[in-house]
Every structure is written in C-alpha cells, then in structure tokens.
Design a protein around this ligand. Structure first.
Ligand SMILES: Cc1ncc(COP(=O)(O)O)c(C=O)c1O
Length: 368
C-alpha cells in the first residue's frame, strides 16, 4: 500500500470553486460576430441579448447588465438617491460595505440570525434613526432573507430596500426569482458565481423609471439624446463578457441541478458529524451554490481546514473576518453573532467540475 504522502500525490488539488464554462468553441463563435461587427461595448447586441436571455431564463422583469456586482450595488444606491445611514449585515464580502461608503453613505451593522446567516429582521428596528435611508441585506450563500419581515419594516418606516443578491442567481422566493425582491437587487456574475461572465453583474428592478435611470447611470448619465441628465459613471458590460454569459447560460440548468445534487450529498454524508452544523436554508428556494459548514469552535474549524489542506483540498474561510471588525475602514459596531460565526465557518469545495470521486474524498477526509 502507498504511503499517505504518495496517495496524496496521486490526487489532483481541489480548490473551493472553479468557474462553470461553456465549451470554448461556443464562446469563440459568439466572439466572431463581435469581431465582424466591430462592436465591443456601448450596449452592443450581445449585451442586449444577454439581458433578454437572462430575463427569460430567470423570469425577471428587467436586467441592467454592468461591469461587476460592486458597481451594481453602487448604481442601486445612486439610482435611489440615498443619503445617510444604510442598515446592512456584517456577515458579507467587503464589497457590500465598500459600495455603501463609495456612495457617501454610512454602513450600520445589524447582526445576523445564527441559523440562516442572513441579517436578522428582529435586530433592525433598534438601529433605525432619522438618518436611516435604506436596508441592504445580503442573501447569504443564495439563501433567501426573510423578505416579508424586511419589507414590512421598510414600509413602516419609509425606507428603501436594496438586496445584495451577489449569490442569488437561481434562488427563488415564493414562486418567483429572488432577484425580483426589494426596490432594487444587485447581483454578481463574477467567475466564482453560479452563472458567470468572468467579471460582471446586474441590477434588477420592477420599477420602469428606476430601470431607465440605472441604464443612464451605467452610461455616464446620458439620456437617449446624449444629454447628461444624471450623475452617472462607466458601469458598462463589454460584448466580450456578455458573449461568455450567453454561452454559459445554455448550461445554467445543468449547473444549478449539479449544485443541488452535490449539496444534498454533502449534507447527507456530514449530518452525523458532531462538530458540524449547517446553515438553515429555505429548502426548494435556495440555489445551494455554496456548501458552508459551521463548526462548534474555531479550533475544530482549524483542525478540519488543516486536515483538508494536507490532502491538497482547499476550503475557504468565507466570510472571515466579520466586516464590522475592519477597523481601518469602518467604525467598530458590535455584532457578536457574526463575529462568532465568521471564526468557525468554512465553505467546502463545490463547483460543476468537481467530480463525485473528489466530492466523496473530501467527505471521507472530513469524517475520518
Ligand atoms: C455578498 C457579495 N456582495 C458583493 C460582491 C461583489 O461582486 P463582484 O465581485 O462582482 O464585484 C460579492 C463578490 O463575491 C459578494 O460575495
């Protein structure tokens, strides 16, 4: 029998994620059109097609394709003309908070529900002041927030709601796309997301006026007559990125089904492990795009991380650390639940190209 190190060397390295990619020739075919037209950007035909195709596939009322998810968040804040404090979650990627700050607003951290990992609506009201203008929750790992409670609070206090739906393509809420919730949802089409354009993102709103404003903001604030009517910037998606999105969208159903199948395998196999619990998700609605595991302690988490890394398997501490603790960019506001969970959570490898063999190998190492 081979030694442990010899056995390990026979196995490929397993990253936490890999992009889902259409066959290269299908992408190149779309690029040929762009080459022959000589149009690479400025709301070209491929961007328009991607927006149409996404609306059809995901059942969206609108989609404004942009250069990345962070810009989509900033555009949402700009389009709603927000000034003042925005209540958001500390259990997120830094982009949620940097978008708020870049738009001149102040992030106010609302602690999370330890089960769903989403902003806990019960913690919102004590944070509302006369400076509060909006709530910006994140659908963490594609798990829908308590949209109804958040909407009730926002309506009661006259606040806007922007969802950070960076993880939420493919998730549902009460029979419709989760991306349709709130005044605006900003999503990401980054390489690591379920559907990707390498870099990219989009804004979704059911309000026609807001939709038109978002389109103008994306294009330097120009209206159709090329007059500058908004405080805009360059948020445009290129044809090269849109082509990748169109090519990948053909495989979206397969990628989503694959994520759900592998998520279920992980969950079944790991449910007996005493040191692990799972995010509680809205079953049938969450897209299962990540597989986070929450350990009983930081040392249990570190032991598991080291064990996997010894076998060249690379889970990710996501999200870590809690964003309210980034002292160089935000004033510290306590969020004990988020601070606790960020110390002991790991996302396990989950992506379309992950073979069942490598999935089971990851499980075997964790349970051993
Ligand atoms: C929760 C969350 N919000 C926003 C973003 C920013 O998206 P992008 O990388 O497309 O700018 C990310 C990126 O991963 C994210 O995870």
């Amino acid at each position: 029998m081979n030694s442990e190190s010899e056995q390990m060397n026979n196995h490929p390295s397993i990253p936490v994620t890999m992009p889902s990619l259409a066959p290269l020739e299908e992408y190149v075919e779309l690029l040929r059109g762009a080459w022959s037209r000589g149009i690479l950007t400025h709301n070209g035909p491929l961007v328009q097609q991607l927006e149409r195709d996404l609306c059809k596939k995901l059942g969206l009322s609108s989609f404004v394709a942009v250069s990345n998810g962070t810009i989509a968040l900033q555009m949402a804040i700009k389009a709603l003309g927000l000034k003042g404090e925005i209540i958001t979650t500390p259990f997120t990627w830094i982009a949620t908070v940097s978008a708020i700050k870049w738009e001149g607003c102040v992030p106010i951290f609302c602690d999370i529900d330890p089960e769903t990992l989403n902003l806990d609506p019960c913690n919102i009201e004590p944070l509302i002041t006369d400076r509060t203008c909006a709530i910006m929750p994140v659908h963490v790992f594609g798990n829908p927030c308590d949209v109804q409670s958040i909407e009730d609070i926002a309506t009661g206090y006259g606040l806007k709601v922007i969802y950070d739906g960076a993880h939420a393509v493919g998730s549902m809420y009460r029979g419709r796309s989760l991306l349709e919730c709130g005044d605006i949802t900003a999503t990401s089409l980054h390489a690591t997301k379920l559907l990707n354009t390498a870099e990219g993102g989009g804004c979704i709103t059911g309000d026609f006026e807001l939709h038109e404003r978002l389109r103008r903001i994306r294009f330097f604030g120009h209206d159709e007559a090329r007059d500058i009517v908004e405080d805009g910037f360059n948020g445009k998606m290129t044809e090269v990125h849109a082509a990748l999105g169109i090519a990948n969208l053909k495989y979206y159903d397969a990628v989503l089904a694959d994520r759900k199948r592998k998520y279920a395998i992980y969950r079944d196999a790991l449910s007996g492990v005493a040191s692990i619990r799972f995010q509680s998700i809205r079953s049938g609605e969450a897209n299962c795009s990540y597989f986070p595991v929450i350990f009983t302690s930081e040392s249990e988490m570190s032991k598991a991380e080291e064990k996997l890394k010894r076998h060249d398997i690379h889970p990710r501490r996501y999200f870590y650390p809690s964003v309210n603790t980034f002292g160089k960019i935000v004033e510290y506001q306590p969020a004990p639940v988020s601070e606790d969970i960020t110390r002991r959570i790991l996302c396990l490898p989950l992506y379309y190209g992950l073979t069942d063999k490598d999935l089971y190998r990851t499980i075997d190492i964790l349970v051993s």
